[in-house]
Design a protein around this ligand. Structure first.
Ligand code: 5GP
Length: 193
């Protein structure tokens, strides 16, 4: 698996240090907001499936009460180009009046989050912010305000720490660039079919 990686962009140590910082920042920003009423907590909404590794580390770096829910959005097939965005699994939680942070693995064109923000805002949360591990600002086609960003990265296709290619590589502990010939083969096969 590691032989398929051309270059490590973000090491395990860098990720751990940044996740700890983000956890502290989120805890401080929401401490007063969720302290008022008994049973109040910050709702972390993870985007399936890429965000789960980040989310599971991030939530343990947050020291205020949190709850979790998940939402499934389909934006990528086997290939690496953004396709149509659609909701494939909805939240179980009613987010009206709740403080919500969407936890995402990577923001690329911004289409996925733009769709999700519109969808969730209509449910009247008390507040709605985004926390993304990775940001590829050069690829943005839809402007998105991301309050918490782990790392800005160049326009390269990355895998690891939850991010996949054709459902593989999610368990790599770092973020790396996949060797180009590996995904070119799949893209060519998709184009033919
Ligand atoms: P957007 O809608 O912002 O273009 O795309 C966001 C989604 O595309 C992410 O949630 C992720 O699933 C996928 N994506 C974008 N760039 C990459 C990348 O470099 N590697 C992987 N594995 N997925 C990516």
């Amino acid at each position: 698996m590691q032989n398929d990686i051309a270059e490590i962009l973000v090491t395990e140590e860098q990720i751990q240090a940044r996740v700890a910082e983000l956890g502290r920042q989120i805890s401080n920003d929401y401490r007063d907001k969720v302290a008022g009423e008994a049973g109040q907590s910050l709702l972390l909404v993870g985007l399936l499936r890429g965000a789960i590794v980040f989310l599971s580390d991030l939530m343990r770096a947050i020291d205020i009460p949190v709850q979790l829910d998940f939402i499934g959005i389909s934006s990528y097939g086997l290939g690496t180009e953004s396709g149509a965005v659609r909701l494939v699994m909805d939240l179980e939680t009613d987010i009206a009046g709740r403080h919500v942070v969407i936890v995402e693995d990577i923001v690329d064109t911004g289409k996925t989050l733009s769709y999700l923000l519109g969808n969730l805002k209509a449910r009247n949360p008390a507040s709605l912010q985004i926390c993304a591990l990775l940001d590829k600002p050069d690829r943005r086609t839809v402007p998105i305000e991301i309050k918490y960003v782990g790392f800005e990265i160049p326009d390269k296709f990355v895998v690891g720490y939850g991010l996949d290619f054709a459902e593989g590589y999610r368990n790599l502990p770092f973020v790396g660039v996949l060797k180009e010939h590996l995904y070119k083969v799949v893209l060519m096969r998709e184009a033919i079919l």
